[in-house]
Design a protein around this ligand. Structure first.
Ligand code: CU1
Length: 130
């Protein structure tokens, strides 16, 4: 391809602008969809989960996926008192599918497992979303 002179042509500028706009649109879509995190990574939702959020930066709209064996564990979204005391406030949302998706709202979200003794053994999780 031969073209006289140096510098960018008008068509190069249009291509560059279109690319910039496309990237901008992609970043908006990505922000809307949020990021999906698998709680506990390959271990799933388990007794080792409390340390799992360390070093991660969650945002409102991100999705947590809790994977576990449903007849062994469950997931209950609780408040801070529930988290601290391993209690379940009335009306708490309970998840039991073993493959539960929870979209994070801004702030702290608290989860625990209500199967006997599990929370006291450390099966609880708090996630902060910016
Ligand atoms: Cu459990």
């Amino acid at each position: 391809m031969t073209r006289g002179g140096g510098g960018a042509s008008a068509s190069d500028a249009i291509v560059a602008m279109a690319f910039t706009i496309a990237c901008f649109c992609c970043s908006i879509l990505a922000a809307d969809a949020g990021t999906t995190y698998y709680v506990g990574d390959s271990n799933g939702w388990s007794f080792g989960s409390p340390s799992w959020p360390n070093g991660k930066h969650f945002h409102a709209g991100d999705t947590l996926v809790f994977r576990y064996v449903p007849w062994i564990h469950n997931v209950v979204a609780v408040d801070e008192d529930g988290y601290n005391g391993c209690t379940t406030p009335p009306g708490s949302r309970t998840y039991t599918s073993g493959n539960d998706r929870v979209t994070l709202a801004r702030g702290d979200t608290f989860f625990l497992c209500t199967r006997y003794g599990h929370c006291n053994l450390g099966m609880k999780l708090v996630v902060y979303a910016a």
